[in-house]
Design a protein around this ligand. Structure first.
Ligand code: C5P
Length: 290
């Protein structure tokens, strides 16, 4: 993975890069449904230190190339949220940019690959073209607003209401994806009880790993049961993570995560799981602090 130059003082038009970090829902409570069918959520969202890399260089036309270990099947036309993000920013001005995505995250996997890419594109191209970010980025996808942030967030509404949380204790993660695509709409519609309790009104400031895990253990991912019913192999991923302090599915699946106190515990678990199931996508990464 190439090194990003996030935050580097590259002026408009300069070549630059952004990382599109994986989005992980440590909790995902479905608390209701809007008249338009979208579901109301209450979710603790973090970013893991593994992701796609997006690069931009000056060009007269807008183009997108995709490479990397997970490039296969990724569209390079208007179906790709990166180009939709570019069009949203450009607003018909006809500006060009040569975009190159290094794809490392599995798609349709519950870790926001497409939304994280779209957010990285918005951030990168707003700087490249010297234009402001639009206000309604949720139009691109419900997870795009949270992917424009970095530290831990409480995400509510359908994804557009964000409350930054206090820094979390150091925490390491293993992400495991068994290679099945789970369509988000199908998982939401298979959810029978759409009015489940939210997280506590106040999310405390956690002083240590154990306290954080105890809190998370009392929370849920309401989409896990319908996702596992559709793809039982998700249950096998959770089983593979049974030595973690907490194991749970992210988003609508199929990616599951395990939380560990130290990087070496996470790396050992990732090594053990990839040896036992070499066909699965497995990554060890810290939770990003900010
Ligand atoms: O917004 P995004 O395109 O990521 O959402 C994909 C699908 O997931 C939506 O079309 C909708 O069926 C479902 N969804 C939902 N409630 C949300 C987010 C997504 O029902 N809060």
């Amino acid at each position: 993975m190439s090194l990003p130059n996030n935050g580097a003082p590259a002026g408009p038009g300069a070549a630059a890069s952004r990382m599109a970090w994986a989005k992980v829902n440590l909790t995902l409570h479905c608390t209701g449904q809007r008249a338009d069918g979208y579901h109301l959520l209450d979710s603790l969202v973090v970013r893991a230190g593994v992701g796609d890399a997006l690069h931009v260089a000056a060009a007269s036309d807008l183009t997108l190339a995709v490479s990397g270990p997970r490039a296969e099947g990724v569209p390079t036309d208007a179906r790709n949220l990166i180009l939709r993000a570019a069009e949203m920013l450009d607003a018909g001005a006809g500006q060009g940019a040569a975009l190159h995505l290094e794809k490392h995250l599995p798609a349709a996997a519950g870790i926001g690959g497409g939304s994280a890419d779209a957010a990285a594109a918005l951030d990168l191209l707003a700087a490249h073209w010297g234009v402001p970010l639009p206000a309604d980025t949720a139009r691109l996808g419900a997870d795009v607003p949270v992917c424009l942030t970095r530290g831990p967030q409480r995400m509510q509404g359908v994804g557009e209401i964000l409350t930054p949380l206090s820094p979390l204790p150091p925490c390491h993660m293993v992400l495991v994806n068994p290679g099945v695509d789970v369509p988000t709409p199908a998982v939401f519609s298979a959810l029978t009880d759409k009015n489940q309790p939210p997280m506590p009104e106040v999310i405390p400031t956690f002083t240590g790993f154990t306290e954080f895990i105890d809190f998370l253990g009392e929370q849920r991912n309401d989409l896990a049961a319908p996702a596992i019913a559709r793809e039982p192999i998700i249950g096998a991923c959770l089983e593979a993570l049974s030595d973690a302090a907490l194991a749970r599915m992210s988003g609508s699946g199929a990616t599951c995560f395990g939380l560990y106190a130290t990087a070496s515990q996470a790396e050992n678990a990732a090594h053990r799981i990839s040896s036992a199931a070499p066909q699965w996508w497995v990554a060890a990464a810290p939770i990003l602090a900010a």
